[in-house]
Design a protein around this ligand. Structure first.
Ligand SMILES: Nc1ncnc2c1ncn2[C@@H]1O[C@H](COP(=O)(O)OP(=O)(O)OP(=O)(O)O)[C@@H](O)[C@H]1O
Length: 290
């Protein structure tokens, strides 16, 4: 669906993205994560031919993004990170206008999506809150049932309930076979939705990995319930990345073999021990953001 090859974009002297290469398969939900300013929007805007690549190339639906941008756009639903609209239009008129570009006057779909997202179609754009503008953008991206959805920070401004509804909508799209590419700096939502993820930092791609593999590692949270946590001596145990005391609990972040850890702590005076998988946030911080 998407093939990016050594794509670079510089803004004059300032860094945008450098040598980005990855592909997205048909039907995949593909996450794009990285901190603010990493280059997510630059990559997406280059793919959509809103800005031109400095070097490198990319293909969407097998077509070059610069030479065939118009045809490509017909098959894409795009939600920009910040949505700007004609303020004096009503939501419904904007959506009809937008649908007309795709030659799809699907009033039923607009009404259904608006109802799901609790969006008032009769309001003027200028009276909408940031979150409601975002919802308008979501309806706009979904209304023509595109083959590929490109969503730049889609959940910003949506309250948690609305985020849930939004992810339900995405799941329905995925079930129809739609390919979804979305950027985020919220790892939990990437973890929840995506099959694979590309990690970008300072304009360069650090890793492309399945969520399953990212979660498969030797990092664990281990919590001991113990009367006097201060008296516990763990200096003989290798692999403790972090350690803190919270009341009668000693919390560790441990990386290594669990069997040797358990053998090492067997004689300690704890009353309980809990071993948990770390969140994607912690994995990310530990392995990729150092
Ligand atoms: N129009 C521009 N002119 C100059 N530099 C720019 C421009 N747009 C982006 N940049 C720079 O390119 C880099 C990548 O920015 P980009 O907006 O792509 O990051 P991002 O990952 O989308 O971040 P965020 O999560 O904050 O939106 C940053 O260093 C940014 O300052």
């Amino acid at each position: 669906m998407v093939d990016i090859e050594r794509l670079s974009k510089t803004y004059g002297k300032s860094r945008g993205i450098k040598d980005i290469t990855f592909s997205i398969e048909e039907g995949e939900v593909f996450g794009f994560i990285g901190p603010n300013g990493a280059g997510k929007s630059t990559t997406i805007r280059t793919l959509l031919n809103i800005i031109f690549p400095t070097s490198g190339s990319a293909r969407i639906f097998g077509k070059d993004i610069v030479a065939h941008s118009k045809e490509i756009r017909e098959g894409i639903g795009y939600l920009p990170s910040e949505v700007f609209y004609y303020d004096d239009m009503k939501v419904i008129d904007l959506l009809r206008f937008s649908a007309s570009f795709h030659r799809c006057r699907n009033e039923k779909r607009i009404a259904e999506l608006a109802e799901r997202l609790d969006l008032d179609l009769s309001r003027k754009i200028e009276d909408l809150s940031f979150g409601n503008r975002k919802k308008t953008g979501i309806v706009q991206a979904l209304l023509h049932e595109p083959k590929l959805l490109i969503l730049d920070e889609p959940t910003g401004g949506l309250d948690p309930l609305m985020q849930n509804t939004f992810f339900e909508l995405l799941k329905e799209e995925r079930a129809k076979g739609t390919t979804i590419f979305f950027s985020s700096h919220v790892l939990s939502e990437v973890q929840r939705m995506c099959d694979r993820v590309a990690i970008i930092k300072e304009g360069a791609l650090i890793k492309v990995e399945t969520i399953e593999n990212l979660m498969r590692n030797n990092l664990r949270h281990i919590t001991f319930a113990v009367q006097q946590p201060e008296s516990i001596d763990l200096s003989g145990i290798r692999g403790i990345v972090k350690q803190e005391i919270l009341g009668t609990h000693l919390k560790l972040l441990y990386e290594g073999d669990l069997r040797s850890f358990v053998q090492g702590v067997a004689e300690l005076p704890f009353s309980d021990m809990l071993i948990e998988e770390p969140s994607l946030d912690e994995i990310f911080l530990h392995y990729y953001m150092k």
